[in-house]
Design a protein around this ligand. Sequence first.
Ligand SMILES: *[C@@H]1O[C@H](CO)[C@@H](O)[C@H](O)[C@H]1NC(C)=O
Ligand SMILES: *[C@@H]1O[C@H](CO)[C@@H](O)[C@H](O)[C@H]1NC(C)=O
Ligand SMILES: *[C@@H]1O[C@H](CO)[C@@H](O)[C@H](O)[C@H]1NC(C)=O
Ligand SMILES: *[C@@H]1O[C@H](CO)[C@@H](O)[C@H](O)[C@H]1NC(C)=O
Ligand SMILES: *[C@@H]1O[C@H](CO)[C@@H](O)[C@H](O)[C@H]1NC(C)=O
Ligand SMILES: *[C@@H]1O[C@H](CO)[C@@H](O)[C@H](O)[C@H]1NC(C)=O
Ligand SMILES: *[C@@H]1O[C@H](CO)[C@@H](O)[C@H](O)[C@H]1NC(C)=O
Ligand SMILES: *[C@@H]1O[C@H](CO)[C@@H](O)[C@H](O)[C@H]1NC(C)=O
Ligand SMILES: *[C@@H]1O[C@H](CO)[C@@H](O)[C@H](O)[C@H]1NC(C)=O
Ligand SMILES: *[C@@H]1O[C@H](CO)[C@@H](O)[C@H](O)[C@H]1NC(C)=O
Length: 605
Amino acid sequence: MPLTKLLCLALATHACAQSINGLGVSGGNGSRGGIGSGDRPVRHAQAFITDGLIPSTPNSTRQLAEGPAPVTSRSNASAGCGRRVVIVDSSPAGRRQEMVGFGHAWTDSTVDVFNTLEPDVLDQVMQDLFGQDGNNMGFMRHTIGSSDLSGRQYSYDDNGPGFNLGEPDPMLTNFSLGPDGTAMAKMIARMGQYKGDVFLFGSPWSYPGWMKNNDLLIAPVIQKDGGQYPLLNNSLNIKYIPQAVEYFTKYIDAFRDLGVTVNGLTLENEPLNYQGKSCGYPCMYLDAADEAAVINQGLGAALKERGILFMAYDHNTDQPVYPYRVLQGISGSGVAQAVAWHCYQGPAPNYTVLNDISRLYPGTLQFMSECSTYLPAAGSVNFGVAQNFIPPVQHGASGASMWVMGTDPDFGPHSPYGGCAGCLGSIIVNSSTTYTKTHDYYMIGQFSRFVRRGGVNYQVLQGNEGNALSSNQLYIMAVQNPDRSWAVIFMNNLQSDQEVVLSFSAEHGQFWEGIVPKMTVTTWLIPSQQILSQTNGTQAASMAPPYPFGNGSMIHPTGSGIVTGTGFSACSVTSTSSSSSSSSGSETVLPVPNTSHTIATAGGA
Ligand SMILES: *[C@@H]1O[C@H](CO)[C@@H](O)[C@H](O)[C@H]1NC(C)=O
Ligand SMILES: *[C@@H]1O[C@H](CO)[C@@H](O)[C@H](O)[C@H]1NC(C)=O
Ligand SMILES: *[C@@H]1O[C@H](CO)[C@@H](O)[C@H](O)[C@H]1NC(C)=O
Ligand SMILES: *[C@@H]1O[C@H](CO)[C@@H](O)[C@H](O)[C@H]1NC(C)=O
Ligand SMILES: *[C@@H]1O[C@H](CO)[C@@H](O)[C@H](O)[C@H]1NC(C)=O
Ligand SMILES: *[C@@H]1O[C@H](CO)[C@@H](O)[C@H](O)[C@H]1NC(C)=O
Ligand SMILES: *[C@@H]1O[C@H](CO)[C@@H](O)[C@H](O)[C@H]1NC(C)=O
Ligand SMILES: *[C@@H]1O[C@H](CO)[C@@H](O)[C@H](O)[C@H]1NC(C)=O
Ligand SMILES: *[C@@H]1O[C@H](CO)[C@@H](O)[C@H](O)[C@H]1NC(C)=O
Ligand SMILES: *[C@@H]1O[C@H](CO)[C@@H](O)[C@H](O)[C@H]1NC(C)=O
């Protein structure tokens, strides 16, 4: 048993918390950090809200709208009356993994549609996705070669008339990013002009056809779903492992030559998803032992030399033994390792398998690397993003990324032979001058705008309700950002507003009260103790204004029944919105740092 593991068992769990120290950064001259970083600290308690309801008419719901901020109270006397007590263990024992961020995947569809935009419109899209006043996404995937969200099929070394049609190219003399790979690298380099601290990882959907077992006579037969499938063209031919190592190395260096630093790599998207005889889109079976062999036979050393994180598996939570086998297989390689998980296990992903990895392989980073909203309908309620961002983080993931980032209005371009004809991105490009930010855009923003790289996830001891199989859920995650402020993200998929009394175990005698509206994702920003102690009562005139998102997105439907500007009085019935309501608990209500909802009656106490 390795020493770290012994330590982990002997000490409290937090000794096993995963650190992101040493992870690479994909850059450019774009800005770094954002709200919650050291140079942009949270100065005011604030709340941002996105409704679960997908609007039928534009701007008719809250989308990253600023709502009433939580207020402080010196006692939890108001807890009770069915109010929800939320306790974050902010002591060292509650400390969990460090965070990298949240984001999306660059696909050929995304690059294709972005390249149709007028330059100033593309600039605006990039600001919306990566700017500090946009979604500020920091955890990005990209496809290596074609995927199901590609209009045509190719690898970086087809060496023949088309994908799966080439002759062996043992020296990889015909390796080339090609027009699609080059366009993608250039677009990703452009991203670096908007955000300079992204973690970027690549995933192939298939290796070049000639590296795969193409001969039906020698192809192994594999059991799946009770049937037998020959792995025609669809599994790695292990005699080409040296070429596979070279293929990845050449890709990493070719991207570098176009100004893109790759920080992480999965060796195969969904290695168990080989779809029998023929794929409607590029895919490949990669056995866990073969994945380990590619690392052990040279790729591990190449990744180590370039400071790149190897991310095992990249598939659903229902086959956790796959990453165990990979991690066992590469134990001598010295490569920095992680496990990447997808969300598509039916009927619901089981993210507790992440805890098992943390226990068995301490220090292994984990991520939720793919999930997608499928054919979301206007007028329906959708929590897909939060349901697959919060639980993985609660179980140890340092970040999460949704699938396709941008499409045309028909969810494409995608593979003509299949692939996802209903996967929604954050951006729909309607024309060379118009685009639409989707519901997912705002939902992802509830996370990516407020959780900084290097923030630390802490355990929420109390307040969560429901599970993946129920339709009534309240999920909570709490991250302390580098400025020591807190981003507390609530997914309220309950039919009722939740009156929340929140406390941090290491901050005695201080409570935060506010309403998390029903059927929303709501993010509370809570300033650090240092800022709070500097700003009590007297408001510094020079204080920076609250974090702005532009006026347009701040839509507040009326009648939300939210108490503004006052803490809850003990067990009173929730009053309707009124900033002039007298506060019976005014003695216990601390002045709150200046927000647009500053306590009217108790202010300046
Ligand atoms: C970043 O670099 C790009 C191209 O290299 C340039 O166009 C842009 O002005 C630079 N931005 C800043 C803020 O320096
Ligand atoms: C209020 O806080 C005290 C500790 O400060 C705790 O013992 C008590 O359980 C809390 N009450 C509720 C209802 O959470
Ligand atoms: C492979 O590269 C050689 C030159 O290096 C070229 O002549 C040949 O056409 C290429 N073959 C394919 C299929 O791209
Ligand atoms: C499999 O490969 C052979 C040649 O290597 C090719 O003719 C055939 O079309 C491929 N089949 C699929 C389903 O890709
Ligand atoms: C989830 O996985 C854990 C192992 O981590 C297992 O014990 C549990 O039974 C699984 N839950 C479901 C619902 O399959
Ligand atoms: C863009 O297309 C989407 C999908 O068809 C549609 O919902 C949206 O209203 C369109 N936006 C504009 C500005 O045309
Ligand atoms: C904040 O409040 C504390 C105690 O109430 C007081 O000692 C301190 O001077 C106050 N600070 C400011 C900046 O007003
Ligand atoms: C809060 O700050 C704004 C400017 O940022 C100012 O206009 C407003 O008067 C302040 N409110 C209070 C109660 O200090
Ligand atoms: C926001 O919009 C409202 C109404 O259009 C306007 O009165 C207000 O001045 C705007 N605020 C800012 C900060 O632009
Ligand atoms: C919705 O709000 C955005 C942001 O302010 C604005 O650009 C857009 O025109 C609005 N759309 C409609 C249909 O009002």
